[in-house]
Design a protein around this ligand. Structure first.
Ligand code: URA
Length: 236
């Protein structure tokens, strides 16, 4: 892979930024300074920035059960972020959350430093299904359900038909909703538009990933090889 591509995949910046880094020159491959952004890096090469070795196989993939009260961002001036929940030993340059959950939303969040995978999962038109358990203020009526299933027209977009399952014995106040898009506050807005209100929101699945029932809020674990294969297959 080209050195500029590799570095930007590892989240050292945009192509333009990493080219500057290379031209400085601050990047070595197998101990030799590299000044050509198009330099082809052998798969087993030792790459370093400012003498700090990058592990090319260092891509990490964490599945987190996001707790309430933390921000889905890499930094924030006021609040704790999901990155603050990652142990120092597990941090990597460029680690970031793929997609966004509101501060008060809990559940499945993927974090990775594999910018390509994250980017592809969120690419417009990709529509990776996401399933949420939504606790509602009012019971879901058949009319509300039909509206959600038909798709709802907002100013900027129309939601694709959602899959809706009412969880039995919850007075129709706990609903599993599967949507393909991931617009800002989408689930809350969808229920609001049908005359209801989400009082708690928990993501239980994203594509082939399911939130393990045994993963406590605030904890994370690496994806299993099977999960990683399945999520990578989605982006091919
Ligand atoms: N939809 C929302 O309204 N909030 C989230 O956090 C995720 C989806």
């Amino acid at each position: 892979m080209r050195i500029d591509r590799l570095l930007s995949h590892l989240q050292y910046g945009t192509r333009k930024e990493v080219r500057r880094l290379i031209k400085k020159p601050r990047v070595t491959v197998n101990g030799a300074l590299v000044r050509d952004p198009g330099f082809d890096v052998p798969a087993d090469a030792v790459v370093a920035v400012d003498g700090q070795v990058l592990d090319q196989a260092l891509a990490v993939y964490y599945l987190m059960n996001k707790p309430t009260g933390v921000i889905t961002a890499t930094t924030d001036d006021h609040d704790r972020t999901v990155l603050d929940l990652i142990a120092a030993a597990d941090r990597r340059p460029g680690l970031y959350p793929v997609g966004r959950l509101d501060k008060d939303t809990t559940g499945l969040l993927l974090l990775t430093n594999d910018g390509t995978l994250g980017h592809n999962l969120l690419a417009p038109g990709k529509h990776v299904d996401k399933t949420y358990a939504a606790t509602l203020r009012l019971p879901l009526t058949p009319v509300m359900q039909a509206q959600l299933e038909a798709g709802i027209a907002f100013k900027a977009f129309t939601s694709q038909p959602a899959k809706v399952t009412v969880v039995p014995e919850t007075g129709a106040q706990l609903v599993h909703l599967t949507i393909g898009e991931g617009k800002y506050h989408q689930v809350k807005r969808m229920f609001k538009r049908v005359g209801n209100e989400v009082t708690a929101l928990h993501r239980i699945a994203m594509g082939p990933l399911q939130l393990p029932a045994t993963l406590p809020a605030g904890q994370y674990r690496p994806l299993t090889p099977e999960e990683l294969t399945a999520i990578k297959a989605l982006t091919r």
